[in-house]
Design a protein around this ligand. Structure first.
Ligand code: NAP
Length: 372
């Protein structure tokens, strides 16, 4: 499978690029022309430097010219759009441009490549499980209704999903809307691109006011290591390509689903693994969904919060709500088992806890008498 990939320099894209060769996928990265202050693409991904095309998802056809589109149409089977504005406290305008227009422009690219090549091309958009907004309980892999609780970020991802549902017509490329869970670093090395998303909990650990964390009883933390998510994503894209045509966008939850730990379980496992890594322990305070949602959306109206703190406060809703992401449709697309990260692994990655010591067998002086 040949994949035109955006967002390769991000948390999920980095993992997709690493894992693609093992999944038999060849990646053509689409990278922004100017990335001030960031490690140059060629230095970060030397093996992909010659394959890259330049563009910007906010532009029509992602800014790809005739020559690029012609060349890409010779080989590309899947367009995978992982580019996103992932600032939970970002401006509605920026979020809309990258997350909504970017999603639609990408679909135009997939359509155009299919038209030029006459071969089937599929399109994948990385949405977020957080489009669920304030919805609780079991969340189906279906389109979601409007919801007054969505943040600007969640709203932009939801609008993108709706836009793609609207755009899709008979004969158009199949669409996979992959609602991605919160991501942690690599499951083997812990490598992470940023300490954003759930890492904010670890980063703020010592500064949480009152040492309390409001959460519903039974609140779950749906989170995956980035390499686990990347492998399953590529499997789902391949599954979509194999199984089409699909009359409607296929929505899946790229998540731990029913295997996601509770926030209480995750914290207790972390403490049991490494009690000395935590200063003062914090208390989980039972709260209603309304309280968690209200606090995470409105604290900034009453407290002077920096951008970083606003992100952290928004994150309360990602660890404080009791809901389960269903994965039945993901299972239909993916051959093999669904992600099941252990709570211990997640706790280690999130809090950067030391690796377990292998117990060494003590010298057994008792045995020496048999050797004499
Ligand atoms: N990480 C999570 O916990 C999480 C959870 C749920 C959903 N998701 C979704 O999964 C996707 C990937 O997330 P991530 O965590 O990997 O994101 P990330 O680390 O913030 O990276 C964002 C990527 O998008 C690229 N990008 C941003 N604006 C662009 C533009 N205008 N044109 C082209 N590329 C652009 C960035 O490129 P530059 O290097 O040029 O900036 C970067 O590669 C996003 O859609 C996100 O909403 C992520």
């Amino acid at each position: 499978m040949n994949v035109l990939l955006t967002g390769i320099t991000g948390q999920l894209g980095t993992a997709v690029a690493e894992i693609a060769p093992r999944r038999g996928a060849r990646v053509v990265p689409l990278v922004r022309r100017a990335r001030p202050g960031q490690v140059p693409f060629e230095r970060a991904f030397p093996s992909l430097a010659s394959a890259k095309v330049t563009g910007d998802v906010r532009e029509p056809f992602w800014g790809l010219g005739e020559a690029d589109l012609d060349e890409l149409s010779d080989s590309v089977d899947a367009v995978v759009n992982l580019a996103g504005d992932t600032n939970w406290a970002g401006s509605g305008r920026d979020l809309y441009a990258v997350n909504v227009l970017g999603a639609r422009n990408g679909y135009d690219v997939a359509r155009e490549l299919q038209r030029r090549s006459g071969r089937r091309v599929v399109y994948t958009y990385a949405s977020s499980i957080f489009v669920a907004g304030g919805t609780l309980g079991r969340i189906a892999e279906n389109p979601l209704a409007p919801d007054r609780h969505r943040t600007a970020y969640e709203h932009s991802k939801w609008l993108a999903e709706r836009e793609l549902e609207r755009e899709h017509g008979p004969g158009d490329p199949d669409i996979l809307i992959s609602r991605v869970a919160a991501l942690l670093g690599d499951s083997r090395t812990g490598a992470t691109r940023k300490r954003n998303s759930l890492y904010l909990l670890a980063e703020r650990w010592d500064e949480l006011p009152g040492r309390v964390l409001p959460a519903m009883r039974g609140a779950k933390v749906d989170v995956l290591p980035r390499d686990v998510a990347a492998g399953t994503l590529l499997d789902a894209v391949a599954g979509l390509h194999r199984s089409g045509p699909h009359p409607e966008p296929v929505i899946t939850h790229l998540a731990a689903g029913e295997r996601a730990p509770t926030i209480r379980g995750l914290l207790e496992v972390a403490r049991a693994l490494s009690p000395l890594s935590f200063g003062t322990w914090l208390r989980l305070v039972p709260a209603s969904a309304e309280q968690v949602l209200w606090l995470s959306a409105n604290a900034e109206r009453f407290l002077p919060l920096s951008q970083a703190w606003r992100n952290s406060v928004v994150g309360l809703r990602y660890i404080g709500l009791d809901r389960v992401m269903e994965r039945g449709r993901l299972a239909e697309l993916v051959d093999g088992p669904l992600p099941e990260p252990s709570t211990e692994l997640l706790a280690r990655l999130l809090f950067d806890l030391p690796a377990p010591q292998r117990p060494l067998a003590p010298a057994d002086s008792g045995l020496s008498r048999f050797l004499a």
